[in-house]
Ligand binder design. Structure first.
Ligand code: EPU
Length: 468
C-alpha cells in the first residue's frame, strides 16, 4: 500500500476519461433483479479455487492412472475443461460431494470441429499443449476466450513451447502443435511473472527430457498448489529463492488425490460485499495464509475480520460501523494485492470518506466496469499515469490503468451490463449496496464462470434478489 499522493492527483485532474460503450446488448433472459439496501448477513462456503482446479484437471492428463480432485466448484469453467478432457478420451465422473474422478488411461486425439465448440470459452485450453504433446505427440488448441481485461497475449507460452521443441502452427480457428521428438528441458526467463506461462512451463517441463530452469516465475498460491499436485504425481520440482523454479523431467507420472487451495478471489469478493452493504459474512473454507495481503487492506480501510482456523473453519468479515477510510492500492503479482480483488475493493472504496487511489499493474484494461459505477453515482476518475510507487508496463503505453475514487458516494440503482467475471461480481455488490432496484444483465454468462451457486448464496445472506 502507498500513501495517497493528493497533490499529484490534483495536477492530473484534467486527465479524466470515460469509457466508451462496448456495445453489449442487454439480454432479458440473463438478468438478476436486485433490490438494494439490505446488509448481507450469514454464511457462505467456498470450495477449491477456480484458478487451481482447472489447471489440476489439465495435470490429470499427464498421468497413466486416475486422479481424484476434491471439493471442485460447480462453475462453468470446470464444465468447459471437463468437456475438453472427455473429448480427449479422459473418462470423468463427479460425486454429490463434488469429488471429480478423471481416468486418462486411454487418451485419444480429439476432432478439430468438436474442440472448436469450446473456442472463445476460456483461457485454459492453452495449458493442454504440454500434456497432449507428451501423451499424443500433437495437440490442437482452439482460439482462447477469457475476460476482456487487456490484450492477454500468449507470446510467452508459444515462445517457451517452441524452445521445448514443439512445432507450432497458427490455423484460422486455433493452433496445431506437434512434437517431432521428445520435448527437451529448457532455461527460460519470463519477461513478466505470468501465471499462465508459469503453469504452461511446469506442465510441459515435468515430462520433458532433462532439467528446466524457469526464472521470474509466478509463485501464486494456486501455482504452489499445482506444484504440490505434480509432486504427488511423481514430478521433481524445486522452488528456489527469487522466483526460480527448477524442474527435473521424469518418464512417467501417476494419478493424484488432492484437496485444492480454497478460492481466495471468491473469498475477497464476499468480504468486499459485506463491507459495502454494512453486513457480516462468514466465509467457511477461507484460509488466512492465502488472504494476508487482502486482510491488511481490509483492515486499513476499516473492515473487521476474525479468523477461525479450526478444521472446517473460515474467516468472518464485517463492517464494524463508523466511516471507512480511503487507501492507496497497487495490484501486483503474488505476494502483492491480487488484480482480481481490485474490482470488489473499488466498490467498497466508493463508501470510504476521502480519496483512494488504485494503480492496476497487471492488466491494462481492468477499469472498464467503473463506467457503470459512475452511472450509479460513484465518483471515480481514470488516469493513464502510474498513480503508484511502481512505474508499470502500462503507464508508458497510454492505458487508463489508474483510478481515483472520491467517497463516500450514495449509490443509486441502475441497469448494469456485466463486462467480465470479476467486474460482474462488483456490479452485483454495487447493486446490493445501492438504494432502489437494479437490473444486472449477463449474470449467467459471466458470474457462473467463477462463482458457484451465487443466486442461492445471495438468498442465504438475506439479499433481496429475484429472477424475473
Ligand atoms: N502476459 C503476456 N504474455 C503471455 C502471458 C501473459 O504478456 O504470454 C501478460 C498478460 O497480458 C498480463 C500479465 O502477463 O498483463 C499477467 O497475465 P497472466 O498470464 O498472469 O494471467 P493469466 O494466467 O491469463 C490468471 C488468472 C486470472 C488472473 C491472472 C493474474 C486463470 C484462468 N486466470 O490469468 O484470473 O487475473 O492470472 O493473477 O488462472 C479471473 O479469475 O477472473 C482471472 C482473470
Amino acid at each position: 500500500m502507498k500513501r495517497p499522493v493528493l497533490t499529484y492527483m490534483l495536477a492530473l485532474g484534467s486527465a479524466f476519461h470515460s469509457r466508451t460503450s462496448e456495445g453489449c446488448a442487454l439480454n432479458d433472459d440473463d438478468v438478476l433483479v436486485v433490490h438494494g439496501g439490505t446488509p448481507l448477513k450469514g454464511e457462505i462456503r467456498v470450495r477449491g479455487a477456480k484458478n487451481l482446479v482447472s489447471k489440476a484437471m489439465v495435470a490429470a492428463l499427464l498421468a497413466d492412472s486416475p486422479s481424484t480432485l476434491f471439493d471442485v466448484p460447480a462453475i462453468s469453467d470446470v464444465d468447459i475443461v471437463r468437456g475438453l478432457l472427455e473429448l480427449h478420451g479422459v473418462r470423468t465422473s463427479i460425486d454429490k460431494d463434488r469429488s471429480l474422478r478423471m481416468d486418462p488411461t486411454n487418451v485419444v486425439t480429439a476432432g478439430v470441429d468438436e474442440i472448436n465448440v469450446h473456442a472463445g470459452s476460456s483461457r485454459i485450453p492453452i495449458l493442454l499443449c504440454g500434456p497432449l504433446l507428451h501423451r499424443l505427440g500433437s495437440a490442437y488448441i482452439p482460439d482462447l476466450g477469457g475476460c476482456n481485461i487487456g490484450g492477454r497475449p500468449i507470446d510467452f507460452h508459444i515462445d517457451a513451447l517452441r524452445k521445448f521443441g514443439a512445432v507450432v502452427e497458427k490455423l484460422p480457428d486455433g493452433m496445431h502443435l506437434t512434437a517431432p521428438q521428445r520435448l527437451q528441458g529448457i532455461k527460460y526467463t519470463l519477461d513478466y511473472p505470468s501465471v499462465g506461462s508459469t503453469e504452461q512451463i511446469l506442465l510441459t517441463a515435468v515430462m520433458a527430457e532433462g532439467v528446466t530452469e524457469l526464472r521470474n516465475a509466478a509463485v501464486e498460491p494456486e501455482i504452489i498448489d499445482l506444484i504440490c499436485i505434480l509432486q504427488k504425481m511423481g514430478a521433481i520440482i524445486k522452488v528456489n529463492t527469487d522466483r526460480v523454479i527448477e524442474i527435473e523431467g521424469v518418464d512417467r507420472l501417476s494419478g493424484y488425490r488432492h484437496r485444492p487451495v480454497p478460492d481466495r478471489i471468491e473469498t475477497g469478493s464476499w468480504a468486499a460485499a459485506a463491507l459495502a452493504t454494512h453486513g457480516e459474512v462468514f466465509v467457511r473454507g477461507a484460509r488466512q495464509v492465502d488472504m494476508m495481503t487482502f486482510l491488511n487492506v481490509y483492515r486499513t480501510i476499516g473492515g473487521a475480520f476474525d479468523v477461525d482456523d479450526s478444521p472446517g473453519g473460515g474467516i468472518r468479515f464485517w463492517h464494524p460501523g463508523g466511516e471507512l477510510s480511503p487507501a492507496a492500492l497497487e495490484t501486483d503479482v503474488h505476494p502483492g494485492l491480487m488484480t482480481d480483488w481490485q474490482q470488489p475493493l473499488v466498490v467498497a472504496l466508493t463508501q470510504a470518506r476521502g480519496l483512494s487511489i488504485v494503480h492496476e499493474t497487471v492488466y491494462e484494461r481492468r477499469f472498464g466496469y467503473t463506467a457503470e459505477l459512475r452511472q450509479m453515482g460513484a465518483n471515480i476518475q481514470l488516469y493513464r499515469d502510474c498513480l503508484g510507487g511502481t512505474p508499470c508496463r502500462w503507464g508508458r503505453r497510454n492505458f487508463l490503468h489508474s483510478a481515483v475514487i472520491a467517497g463516500p458516494s450514495k449509490l443509486h440503482a441502475a441497469d448494469l451490463q456485466i463486462p467480465d467475471l470479476r467486474a460482474g461480481f462488483s456490479h452485483l455488490i454495487a447493486a446490493l449496496a445501492a438504494e432502489g432496484t437494479s437490473r444486472v444483465f449477463g449474470v449467467d454468462r459471466f458470474i457462473t464462470r467463477g462463482y458457484e451457486d451465487f443466486d442461492a448464496k445471495l438468498a442465504g445472506l438475506g439479499a433481496n434478489v429475484e429472477r424475473p
